[in-house]
Every structure is written in structure tokens, then in C-alpha cells.
Design a protein around this ligand. Structure first.
Ligand SMILES: [Zn+2]
Length: 327
């Protein structure tokens, strides 16, 4: 591997690589961006490039240093997250890191600590880290990773050099999934549904999703105006467990989004569920934009409610009553 094999984020990588070769790396970075777009991979790659003994300014993944970093087993590179049975990163963990960063480097390079997710540091931990950042140990680099920097103290944020990472482009994701041997129809669906997150695309079982989607789109298409009984039955069928309900709603958002886009543009270019185009066109023949907009908003709200453990059946019933209420 090497920097050239990282997907996307060309500008951010250029910034880091030129700082690396010029010996001008900052002592603290804040990587901010959505889950699963590659922030941790890039932190890991930077750590490897700093310590790699074979490829100056890049990394080989073969040498002892690269291998040990990859295996989270390098004495100069530490990853900090909440301990197994804890929800927060504690002040003790931060103090230990500070102590370690002050030790001499094992391999003569720089000591690196990656805190991921940084937002899980409690207030005491953040304050302790702030002290470290005020007098950074020589030859050390701290990398804070967060999907949203809102949970971090402004004083902490201001002491870090911020690099923002956006969602990955659909074509880059598709290329990666195809190269991994994913079937073409699944590649399309996954790269579209994952919102630019490689992590999400990898987490979803594409084949399983495609099969379920056939069932789900059938159920939604069968909901006819005024048929509240069918709405109740469908809600019951889809509420048996939280994970399934969440998956259904995640997909239903793409469905209503597709119906909306197709109704407005009469074009299939940006459709996610492209293999269900015939069904989408049938719906759109009598599409009502306002109704679709409210369904899209309600589906997103329902997803959030399911995460907060609302009664699944009631949430779905509400949604499906809206579906059959105004067609
Ligand atoms: Zn190497």
C-alpha cells in the first residue's frame, strides 16, 4: 500500500504529505468528517509514513515498523478510545498518553497518539489534554478524530490544525467496491445508499439488502389510499425487531427520495434504486410532490425515533397512515 491507494481526500493528503516531507508537521491535528470516510485510515497511514523504514515520505506496509503500526503494536504509536466496558475516554487515559508522549521515541521517529472518537473524552479528560497541548511534548503528534467537533472544548479545537473530510464521491466508492469483486448491481446500490461512507458500504450486506428491498418496495406499493387495515398489518410485519425496522427505514428514505427526484426531474440519472425503475415510474405517474416531501421527512423522523427506542409498531403505523392517507 501507500498514500496513492487511499480513496479520495486528495487535497487533505497533499497537505499532510508535503508537511511530512518538509518536516513541518503540526503537533496536533483535528480530523473532522462523517463516519466511515477514511479519517482513521489516514491517521494510520500518516503514522506509518512517519515511521516506515523503506519508503521515505510514504509507507510500504511491509517493513517491521509498518507492520507493527498496522497491528496496533508499535511503541511509538498509540490509539486511544473508550476502554472496553466504558462509554467515555477518561482523564487517566489522557494522563497516561501524556506520560508516554514524553518518553523517548523507540524508533527515533516521532511519538504519535490518535484519539478516536475524540468527542468521547469527558470534560476532565479534555481539560487534561488541553494542558498537554499548551506545552506539547517534543517530537510528538496528536491526532484527534471526530465526526463532529461540536462536543470538543473551543480552546482544544483552536490548538489543533483542523482538516475536514467530506463524504467520498459515488464513483470512487463504486470503483473500490467493484475492485473488491462486488456484483455490479450491488455496487450501484451500495455506493448510492451509503452516503459517501466506505465504512457504511462495507457494513451493509448488499445481497441481503437487495432481496429485502424487493419485499419492502412490494409492501409499500401495495398500500392503497384509504386502506388503513393494510397500513396496520404492514406496520406489524416490519416491527418485529429494531435492526430490521431501522434497515427498512434507512432504505425507505432512499425510496421516497427516488420517487421525489423522479417526479420532479422525470429523469433516472440520480435514482438510487435503479433496478426498481419500473415501480418508481408507476408511482410517479400519480406522484404528489408535497405528499412525497412529507413522507420523506416523516421517514427520517421515524428513523430517529426508532434509535431512541420509541414503540416500533406505532412509529411505523403513523408513517403508513400518512402513506394511505393522501394518495
Ligand atoms: Zn514501511
Amino acid at each position: 500500500m501507500g498514500f496513492s491507494e487511499i480513496i479520495g481526500h486528495g487535497k487533505q493528503l497533499d497537505t499532510l504529505r508535503s508537511a511530512l516531507v518538509q518536516g513541518r508537521l503540526h503537533h496536533a491535528y483535528l480530523f473532522v468528517g462523517p463516519e466511515g470516510v477514511g479519517k482513521r485510515t489516514i491517521a494510520l497511514s500518516l503514522a506509518r509514513a512517519i515511521h516506515c523504514s523503506d519508503r521515505p515520505g510514504d509507507f510500504c506496509d511491509q517493513c517491521a515498523n509498518c507492520a507493527r503500526i498496522e497491528a496496533s503494536n508499535h511503541p511509538d504509536v498509540r490509539f486511544i478510545g473508550p476502554l472496553p466496558d466504558k462509554k467515555e475516554i477518561s482523564i487517566q487515559q489522557i494522563r497516561e498518553i501524556e506520560k508516554e508522549l514524553n518518553f523517548r521515541s523507540f524508533s527515533g521517529g516521532r511519538k504519535i497518539a490518535v484519539i478516536d472518537p475524540a468527542t468521547l473524552m469527558n470534560l476532565a479528560a479534555q481539560n487534561a489534554l488541553l494542558k498537554t497541548l499548551e506545552e506539547p511534548p517534543q517530537n510528538s503528534i496528536l491526532i484527534l478524530i471526530a465526526s463532529n467537533s461540536g462536543g470538543l472544548l473551543p480552546t482544544l479545537r483552536s490548538r489543533c490544525l483542523r482538516l475536514s473530510f467530506g463524504p467520498l464521491r459515488r464513483d470512487l466508492l463504486a470503483g473500490f467496491l467493484a475492485a473488491k469483486g462486488t456484483a455490479a448491481e450491488t455496487v450501484n446500490l451500495l455506493s448510492a445508499i451509503s452516503g459517501g461512507s466506505l465504512g457504511t458500504a462495507m457494513r451493509i450486506d448488499g445481497e441481503d439488502l437487495r432481496e429485502k428491498r424487493q419485499v419492502w418496495s412490494g409492501l409499500l406499493s401495495a398500500l392503497k389510499a384509504g386502506d388503513y387495515r393494510a397500513a396496520t398489518e404492514t406496520a406489524e410485519a416490519l416491527s418485529s425487531n429494531k435492526e430490521e425496522t431501522s434497515k427498512f427505514l434507512e432504505w425507505a428514505e432512499t425510496w421516497y427520495r427516488d420517487l421525489l427526484i423522479h417526479t420532479v426531474t422525470q429523469d433516472s440519472k440520480d435514482i438510487i434504486n435503479l433496478d426498481l425503475l419500473a415501480q418508481i415510474e408507476e408511482h410517479c405517474a400519480h406522484g404528489d410532490i408535497e405528499h412525497l416531501l412529507s413522507l420523506l421527512a416523516q421517514t427520517a423522523a421515524a428513523s430517529a425515533q426508532i434509535q431512541r427506542n420509541f414503540n416500533r409498531r406505532m412509529v411505523l403505523e403513523d408513517l403508513f397512515f400518512t402513506v394511505v392517507g393522501a394518495r
